[in-house]
Every structure is written in structure tokens, then in C-alpha cells.
Ligand binder design. Structure first.
Ligand code: OAD
Length: 253
């Protein structure tokens, strides 16, 4: 069983009085919903699958159906799970803080399903599909009988998941919004990310450089631990609700 986390009074005070809070999340926050992470040994997706064969433009060019099917499986999987207590705690935090932004690397849509609205999905959303030629979002498509991905109803190009692959750049508006919030906040929570993937992993560095507080929530140490003022070692579905309850005890349900 997880121990009840203990937080320093200065952290609770800072969180309660913060005017601008940014949260950066990664796959770890969805782990307890049953969505696998990427880099955890044994259970991480990249321990089993080679990202170069599944999550790059060249993989899609070489074997479009393999890539399409892999994402279709993950899409079905995330649609069958539920947001956990960590997602809900972040949706509640948004209600308590005057200026709040949740920046996620997750494509599973669980933050939005938990009620988060001030949300930037840096790496896209697996539920959406877009045309591989002009990037327009396509709502309705048909599975073909051949061993190729479905095609864009407008132009006939292959459809692809609306996610960012390795070797691709992030959506400009999303990364700009995330970076400007990070440079201009009082506190950033960094939860459930290995801090291995840039530009997302640069965001806590901007916070630190601006003199604001960085709080890491992760059962394991990461390259970002060294710059965090507080390292809360535990699972996000336990630590995040406890943190919000500790800062706003009157809101405890
Ligand atoms: P990773 O799989 O790299 O890291 C997951 C992190 O979550 C690790 O640091 C774990 O220690 C931590 N973790 C595991 N269980 C946890 C729990 N219950 N509570 C809190 N933390 C937990 O996932 P990301 O950092 O999200 O990109 O990976 C970043 C990007 O790399 C992903 O968005 C994806 C991937 O390739 C793309 O697909 C573009």
C-alpha cells in the first residue's frame, strides 16, 4: 500500500497562494488507468516495440498499415479505460488557481475526459485522425478491405493518427502556449514524465530559470529531479489528490 504522502508546509503554502500554475504530465499519470507508459522497464511500450518502426514518418511510408493498426489498437484501448484520481485532482486544481494551464504529452484524452479545460495536448490526440497530405482533421472514414490505411474522403491520401511522431515538429500554437505559460508561472507540477523527450522536457528548465518553483511527482528519479525544488516520490493517482486536499482541506470530499 502507498504511504500517505507528506508535503512541506512551504510547498502547500506556495500552491495555495500561487496565481499561475502550470502542470506538465506524461504517460505515468495514465498508468493507473491501465495505459502503458513508454520507457518503464518491462511494461513500457518502447520496451516491447521499436518506435522507429511505429512512430516515425518513415515507418508510416514503409508500412502504413502496420502503423495504422498499432495506433488503432491503442485508440481502442484508451477508449476502454477511465481517468484516474490523478486526472481528477488536476481538473479540480484548475478550479482553484486563478491562471492555470495543463500541458500534457499524453495523447489518450484522459485529462479532457476528467474535466480539464485549460489544456494543451503537445503530442496530439490519438482519437483524432487527419489527412497525411494536408493535415486536415477527418471525422468519418471507412476501414478499407485491403491492407492499407483508410483514405481521406477529400483527396484520397492515407489517413494517419493526429499525433506527433519522432522526427516531427510539435504543433506551433501548442508549444508556444506551453512555453509562454512556463516562463510566466509561480509553480510547475511535473507529473509522470521521464523528462527524456524535448521540447516538453525543456519546460521545467524555463520555470526554474524564471525563479519559480518546480515540483516533481514521480515514483522514480528522472533527469528533471535535479532541478525540482520538491520531489514527491509516489504514484500520481495517490500524490496529486493528496496534494490538492492538503492545500484546500475545506474542499475535501
Ligand atoms: P515515459 O514512459 O518516458 O515516462 C513515464 C514516467 O512515468 C516515468 O518517469 C515513470 O517513472 C513514471 N511513472 C510510472 N508510473 C507512474 C505513476 N503511477 N505515477 C506517476 N509517475 C509514474 O513517458 P513520457 O515521459 O510521457 O511521445 O514520454 C514522453 C513521450 O515519449 C511520449 O509523449 C511519447 C513517447 O515517445 C510520442 O509518442 C511523440
Amino acid at each position: 500500500m502507498d504511504a500517505i504522502p507528506r508535503f512541506s508546509p512551504s510547498l502547500i503554502d506556495r500552491l495555495r497562494t500561487a496565481q499561475r500554475v502550470v502542470v506538465l504530465t506524461g504517460a505515468g499519470v495514465s498508468a493507473e488507468s491501465g495505459v502503458p507508459t513508454f520507457r518503464d522497464a518491462l511494461t513500457g511500450l518502447w520496451a516491447t516495440f521499436d518506435p522507429r518502426e511505429l512512430a516515425t514518418p518513415s515507418a508510416f511510408a514503409r508500412n502504413p498499415r502496420l502503423v495504422w493498426d498499432w495506433y488503432a489498437q491503442r485508440r481502442a484501448q484508451v477508449s476502454s479505460v477511465e481517468p484516474n484520481a490523478g486526472h481528477h485532482a488536476l481538473a479540480e486544481l484548475e478550479q482553484r488557481v486563478p491562471r492555470f494551464l495543463l500541458v500534457t504529452q499524453n495523447v489518450d484524452g484522459l485529462h479532457a475526459r476528467a474535466g480539464s479545460r485549460a489544456l494543451v495536448e503537445l503530442h496530439g490526440n490519438i482519437a483524432r485522425v487527419r489527412c497525411s497530405r494536408d493535415d486536415s482533421i477527418v471525422e468519418h472514414w471507412q476501414e478499407p478491405d485491403d491492407d492499407l490505411p483508410p483514405r481521406c474522403p477529400a483527396c484520397g491520401s492515407f489517413l494517419r493518427p493526429d499525433v506527433v511522431w519522432f522526427e516531427e515538429t510539435l504543433p506551433q500554437a501548442a508549444i508556444e502556449r506551453a512555453e509562454s505559460a512556463a516562463r510566466d508561472c509561480d509553480l510547475m507540477l511535473v507529473a509522470g514524465t521521464s523528462g527524456e523527450v524535448y521540447p516538453a522536457a525543456a519546460l521545467p528548465h524555463y520555470v526554474r530559470a524564471a525563479g519559480a518553483r518546480v515540483v516533481e511527482v514521480n515514483p522514480n528519479a528522472t533527469p528533471l529531479s535535479a532541478l525540482a525544488h520538491d520531489t514527491l516520490r509516489g504514484r500520481s493517482a495517490i500524490v496529486l489528490p493528496s496534494l490538492v486536499r492538503a492545500a484546500w482541506p475545506q474542499a475535501a470530499k
